[in-house]
Write a protein that binds this ligand. Structure first.
Ligand code: 4AZ
Length: 283
């Protein structure tokens, strides 16, 4: 089902963005992703960098139109999963009301802010068959406060060390069978050795784990995991962003850990200056 891997692309964001049309592509029904099995409720004030991606036109207004998660990494810069921007998710023709919902714990409420997305840049090296390079950058039309921004863990950061405690956040499926949360939830997990995901996802049938571009996280006994609807949301360790919810086989299964987009690899692709909180794109 998922094929071998691809190359990683090191094109600067500004150039790549200029070269691409950045359409808000389209997609399919709510076949999107969800999060957090085995988690607990949290208020968004404890993780203000966790945002919901929304399109009411496509997903309806009930849960504020939420269909994926996102992470604020600069006042007007949000990361999400590339697969959240796929036409299978957003439908075709593309949605025109893509917004980021910030500061809203309960999607049934109207607390917080809804900020229209101005530009979408999908990693051109994203491979939908292997899920390698699963990230996209959204530029917001209004800035969020610096207090909403989380720092990213660069290559070599100890936060990536297997055994490190990590937390994933989202409004996704809490059961694995389509019970989407309307209030934000979090689950405590651990960074797992790459060998766990290499064993779980050795090849096409279940997907292929690629250590350079992905992070393996979960619990050896299962139970706690991201799930459908959580995609694009944050995996945080030691106060820094290490992953974006990307894929996995089912949710919370003991031998099928969650797979996350590796943030240090994404920083390399974006040529993100670790000394600053905005990408070179804005320089
Ligand atoms: C999904 O479909 C998805 N258990 C996200 C994360 C995981 C599985 C599926 C990991 O978006």
């Amino acid at each position: 089902m998922r094929r071998p891997l691809v190359r990683a692309l090191t094109r600067p964001l500004a150039l790549a963005a200029a070269a691409m049309a950045i359409p808000l592509v389209s997609a399919s029904p709510a076949a999107s992703d969800g999060v957090v099995v085995g988690g607990f409720p949290v208020d968004v004030s404890v993780s203000p960098w966790t945002v919901a991606l929304s399109s009411r036109d496509r997903f309806g207004g009930m849960r504020s139109g939420q269909f994926c998660g996102g992470v604020v990494v600069g006042p007007a810069t949000v990361l999400t999963a590339a697969h959240c921007m796929a036409k299978e998710v957003l439908g075709s023709p593309r949605v025109t009301d893509l917004t980021v919902v910030a500061g809203r714990t309960d999607l049934y409420s109207d607390v917080g802010r809804e900020i229209p997305v101005g530009e979408v840049w999908v990693n051109p090296a994203y491979d939908s068959s292997s899920n390698s390079g699963d990230f996209a950058v959204l530029k917001l039309t209004e800035a969020l406060p610096q207090s909403s921004v989380i720092g990213m863990a660069a290559a070599g950061d100890p936060a990536y060390t297997p055994g490190t405690e990590a937390t994933v956040y989202g409004w996704g499926d809490t059961t694995g069978i389509g019970s989407y949360a309307h209030t934000l939830r979090a689950a405590r997990l651990h960074v797992l050795p790459d060998s766990h995901c290499e064993a779980a996802y050795p090849g096409p049938a279940e997907g292929t784990y690629e250590a350079e571009t992905m992070v393996c996280a979960g619990e050896v006994r299962g139970g706690r995991d991201a799930c459908q609807g959580d995609s694009g949301g944050p995996l945080v360790a030691q106060g820094r962003l290490i992953g974006l919810v990307s894929w996995g086989s089912g949710c919370g299964r003991p031998t099928s850990p969650g797979v996350y987009t590796r943030v240090s690899d994404l920083m390399r692709v974006l040529r993100w200056d670790t000394g600053s909180r905005e990408s070179n794109e804005t320089a």
